[in-house]
Ligand binder design. Structure first.
Ligand code: PEP
Ligand code: MN
Length: 332
């Protein structure tokens, strides 16, 4: 159960109530909020006295639930807002990894050319093998920072593990918690204490319940700027890298209040299908797309097979506007 305390309740009192009712306590900008286990279905008289409102949810998907907040949360990404009443679908693009200044400069130039506002690229790569390119680390973050200053782009980059979480929070406008890091509660809680927007990718073996509960760790730490990203789950199928769970996306849209971003690049794992999948995703009425692009995918140091070259991306980008407007949305 979620309890909005009266705005007159101060920190000490809220914390005392938190201990009494075995709940998490955070401030939502207006008042202190208690969140108990979802098994608690009602407030006693003492709690009712200090509560402005209470919300009961079916499961521990609580703060992310439409039972708590019926509309999709609005997230201000600087030049644009997604969610809320906006009907915006943000397109985020860039390479899998920052590889060099020249490469990320080319990626930034593509964003500027098309009006894409958020540049993506990883500096700390969560690779499956320790023998492959692991990312440029801090040097990569500094190159991204340079692109932000020089071109006015917003930056999304991923956190791989807790060793560099502070650095990523410092340099990113949006912190991406990768599919493999989704279960790291240290990362989730730290992101919850930051004022950055957070994009959580679904672990490829995670149920929707586990995925959204990961978001609950961030939300219940006080950060309400959380987006969910479906990037494909592992199934019996081996012809494509993963299986993009569009049924799951329909479920997230129906039952959660968090904006949903889709990543067709990692889902299929091959460039040939990314354009068709992207348009299909836009047609579902989603809040955003994450698409990997590279000036020369053949020589990319990570995820070479799935990255679009710039010509492919230009053609895709041009084609998405009509699909978006057919479902009452706008590409931003
Ligand atoms: C990525 O965005 O480059 C990435 C590694 O994503 P994921 O965590 O979804 O595998
Ligand atoms: Mn990648």
């Amino acid at each position: 159960m979620i309890i909005h305390l009266n705005t007159s309740i101060a920190k000490d009192k809220a914390e005392e109530l938190g201990r009494k009712y075995e709940s998490i306590v955070f401030h939502n900008g207006k008042q202190y909020v208690l969140v108990t286990s979802s098994k608690v279905k009602g407030a006693d008289a003492a709690l009712r006295e200090v509560a402005e409102a209470t919300f009961v949810t079916d499961s521990d998907i609580q703060l992310a639930s439409k039972q708590y907040m019926p509309d999709t949360r609005s997230i201000d990404l600087g030049p644009v807002t997604i969610g809320g009443a906006s009907q915006n679908t943000i397109v985020i693009t860039g390479p899998c990894s920052v590889e060099s200044e020249e490469q990320i400069e080319q990626a930034a130039a593509l964003c500027i050319e098309l009006g894409v506002k958020v540049l993506r690229a990883g500096a700390y790569k969560p690779r499956t093998s320790p023998y492959t390119f692991q990312g440029l680390g801090l040097e990569g973050l500094k190159l991204l920072d340079k692109m932000r200053t020089k071109h006015g782009l917003k930056i999304i980059t991923e956190v791989r593990d807790s060793t560099h979480i502070d650095e990523v929070i410092e340099y990113a406008d949006i912190v991406q918690i990768g599919a493999k890091a989704m279960y790291d509660q240290g990362i989730l809680r730290k992101c919850g204490k930051s004022n950055r927007s957070i994009l959580i990718k679904r672990g490829f073996g995670s149920t929707l319940q586990e995925f959204v509960q990961a978001a609950e760790f961030v939300l219940s730490s006080g950060n309400s700027n959380v987006m969910l990203c479906e990037r494909g789950i592992r199934t019996f199928e081996t012809k494509t890298r993963f299986t993009l769970d569009l049924c799951g996306v329909a479920w997230l849209k129906q039952y959660t209040n968090l904006p949903v971003i889709l990543d067709p690049s990692h889902a299929i794992g091959y460039a040939y299908g990314v354009a068709d999948l992207s348009r299909a995703c836009v047609a579902m009425g989603i809040d955003g797309l994450l698409i990997e692009t590279h000036p020369n995918p053949k020589v990319a140091k990570s995820d070479a097979e799935q990255q679009l070259d710039f010509e492919q991306f230009r053609a895709l980008y041009k084609s998405m506007g009509a699909v978006a407007s057919a479902v009452g949305r706008k590409i931003v």
